[in-house]
Design a protein around this ligand. Sequence first.
Ligand SMILES: Nc1ncnc2c1ncn2[C@@H]1O[C@H](COP(=O)(O)OP(=O)(O)OP(=O)(O)O)[C@@H](O)[C@H]1O
Ligand SMILES: [Mg+2]
Length: 374
Amino acid sequence: MDATPDSPGAGHGAAPITVEHVGKVYPDGTVAVGDLSLEVRAGELAVLIGPSGCGKSTVLRMLNRLVEPSKGRILLDGQDIAERDPVELRRRIGYVIQDVGLFPHQTIRTNVGTVPRLRGADRKQIRARADELLEMVGLDPARHGDRYPHELSGGQRQRVGVARALAADPVVLLMDEPFSAVDPIVRGRLQEEFLRLQAAVRKTIVLVTHDIDEAVRLGDRIAVLAEGGRLLQYAPPAEVLSAPASEAVARFVGADRGIRRLAVTRLRDALRPLAGTEDIERLPSVADSGTMYDALAAMLTGDALNVVVTTDGQPIGTVSRSAIFAPPDGQPRDRHAGVSADAAAAAQRGDADDPSDEQAVRGPLAGGPKRPEQ
Ligand SMILES: Nc1ncnc2c1ncn2[C@@H]1O[C@H](COP(=O)(O)OP(=O)(O)OP(=O)(O)O)[C@@H](O)[C@H]1O
Ligand SMILES: [Mg+2]
């Protein structure tokens, strides 16, 4: 098999993952995963999504050998993980689970330093690294470092979980529903922070979620799974939303997928330069790092037909409601019947003929760019 290409700007030491015809039958005969093949490029964030019991966690746990596959093989950086020492392997792979799994009787700082300590790093180094990582995930080491897990909120604990996973300087990060234990507002914030963090560190990440919005927001590619780990589609979010591979995928991503697609469509491409005649003061504004979704939300909230787009608070142009709904250049409205917003968005990007254009997906999302700007 060809080497998996790195995604652009893959972080230091990030490794590609290749899953080849992997299956898992548990001892009681349950076929958790039938035959799954997929690749995750170095520095890419792949999301596994699918109904409860479809085998997502099993796939994740096979990637760090917490569960041994019944068949097939998994390559990490081109090397079969079955040939590696499982303990050493797990130290190279960060693993974040829903309830975080912090050690309750250890301080936050000690928790974060777990793997470096196991590797025999010296105390000063461990402390410095732990503090650096706590800051990175938005926790103040001076305030939170000496606390115990029960003295933090659920969202803060999840950040500690991410910091601890990153402390190992992992080649891969596995995350099993890492943001599900917190309320939607905190979850949104954590997702934003996480996107920013990922833009900086560019690890290879496999993230499991139930939440299609989370998948669309975070994923470079989304693997939609059905029962028995059957792969229904594996594609960038915009493609899954605009061209679901089957009825089952369409049902799974929801009837409102057109709106979801707006959230992965860049605002910049629909921008109209300022004419000087707009009443800028009275229009709602959105930052140019936002998406068409943000623009529409601002228009609806502000009961306006246009929004002002700003860079660092300075107006740079406007986006109109009609730019969201109807392409002004008379291009065909929609290649994918029933998803009119997609066509408008695609036309605005000037790539209506190529819905799989990676740029469309790589665009920044509300509040935090998925990719650093070139
Ligand atoms: N240790 C086990 N022994 C037997 N069956 C298991 C075991 N672990 C998981 N299973 C079964 O394997 C299937 C896949 O489980 P898995 O935990 O991978 O699903 P999941 O997609 O992560 O589900 P959820 O979204 O609910 O977390 C399920 O039918 C589950 O009951
Ligand atoms: Mg699970």
